[in-house]
Write a protein that binds this ligand. Structure first.
Ligand code: SAM
Length: 386
């Protein structure tokens, strides 16, 4: 094994065999260095949420309970205990992981603020309530969302690494896991996030809890979201108003939301008349709160983090995105038109100059959001192409 440092936390992790294809899964206990950005943001986002909880004056810091339900080396929970200063429970059903977590607690001197359990995550989440529930399993979080929704009292943080099912690349797996139909379009990454958020909203709704997405980000390998959980039927009913379907026209690129669960959806594209495709049910509301993003950006400053600059850039992009579902990719439109692409900022300025709203998106550097109709977008791209 070797000792690694993330933030101010030292963790002993096993070294995978040199011939392993994907190192993390070949080791006796999982550790993926690629997830440091995800964990750094987790420290800042959790710290911000804890401050919000404490400002309600209902709890003392030492009473706030966080669970890292799939802990492996313990790194997530240890970082929250040490770098945020709240109580953390670390759970993993693997005997090797359980022993390693105990060792890592000792290395960091965090015995007072931590608890270790060796249970099936669903059992633990049914047995105990936590203010913050963090689920970071292998692949899909779907089998754990029900128990996580029962347990959670404040914030639900979810990582999903099953991007292929979520994004529509493995369509049948996506339908099985999320009881929703994704579409594999150029905005598949946003599709994946909205399918996951829709599933979270419906799981929470069973327990009469609503949600407010505080922060979400997507890379090629995973989707990560932080959801404030709000109890009560009013909050739940409000939340479900953001569930609906997304129409996509494969011919002209038109896309549009349809809110509701039992809805009439026109078969023909309102722009070109072609047969449309439907995705959903999915989340159509905002996937982040701007004030929360601002607070996380400030919080990142006070922690010694290796990925600070990357994290700030990502969250700034996320904060500044328009709340209009399903981004456009300039290259896809250019290809259809036989036009050449310009810098994304130039295109955004051109859209704004025509009186439309437009922004970049954290999902992709060649993409943008706008309230301009697809016909206008194409005209502007054509004009820019010269
Ligand atoms: N959170 C860790 C991190 O940031 O490094 C990574 C966790 S790893 C992706 C998933 C872990 O969950 C593995 O260590 C595995 O043993 C454990 N696990 C898988 N299914 C489980 C279950 N149903 N209950 C408890 N632990 C489980």
């Amino acid at each position: 094994s070797k000792t690694i440092v993330e933030g101010t936390t030292k963790v002993s992790v096993p070294v995978p065999p040199p011939d392993a294809t994907f190192p993390p899964s070949a080791a006796p206990v999982f550790y993926n260095p690629e997830m440091e950005l995800n964990r750094d943001i987790n420290v800042a986002a959790t710290a911000v949420f804890v401050e919000r909880l404490l400002s309600r004056k209902e709890l003392l810091r030492e009473e706030v309970r966080y669970v890292d339900a799939f802990s492996a080396s313990g790194i997530r929970g240890l970082r929250i205990a040490g770098e945020v200063g709240i109580h953390a429970t670390m759970n993993d059903w693997s005997p090797e992981a359980f022993e390693l977590i105990k060792e890592n607690i000792k290395i960091n001197g965090l015995e007072e603020q931590t608890q270790v359990t060796r249970k099936s995550a669903n059992v633990l989440l049914h047995e105990q309530k936590f203010h913050i529930v963090d689920i970071d399993p292998f692949g899909t979080p779907a089998p754990f969302l029900d128990a996580a929704s029962t347990s959670v009292r404040g914030m639900l943080s979810v990582t999903a690494t099953d991007t292929a099912p979520l994004c529509g690349a493995h369509l049948k797996a996506g339908i099985r896991k999320y009881a929703a139909v994704p579409l594999n379009t150029e905005y598949h990454s946003e599709m994946g996030l909205r399918i996951l958020l829709g599933a979270c909203a419906r799981e929470l709704a069973k327990h009469e809890k609503g949600m407010l997405p505080l922060l979400s980000h997507v890379t090629r390998h995973y989707v990560r979201t932080y959801l404030e959980v709000l109890p009560g039927t009013k909050q739940t009913d409000r939340t479900l108003k953001s569930i609906g379907f997304s129409i996509h026209c494969p011919k002209c690129g038109f896309r549009g939301p349809v809110y509701g669960l039992a809805v009439h959806i026109e078969k023909e594209c309102p722009v070109c008349g072609a047969f449309t495709q439907i995705a959903g049910p999915l989340w159509l509301g905002p996937f982040r709160e701007q004030a929360f993003c601002d607070e996380v950006i400030s919080e990142l400053e006070v922690h010694p983090l290796n990925t600070k600059d990357k994290a700030k850039k990502l969250i700034t992009l996320c904060r500044d995105e328009l709340d209009i579902p399903m981004f456009y990719d300039q290259h896809v439109i250019c290809k259809e038109l036989g036009a050449s692409a310009t810098g994304i900022e130039i295109l955004i300025e051109a859209l704004k100059a025509q009186g439309f709203e437009a922004s970049r998106t954290h999902f992709s550097g060649t993409s943008f959001r706008t309230d301009a109709p697809i016909t206008e977008i194409k005209e502007i791209i054509r004009a820019l192409s010269g």
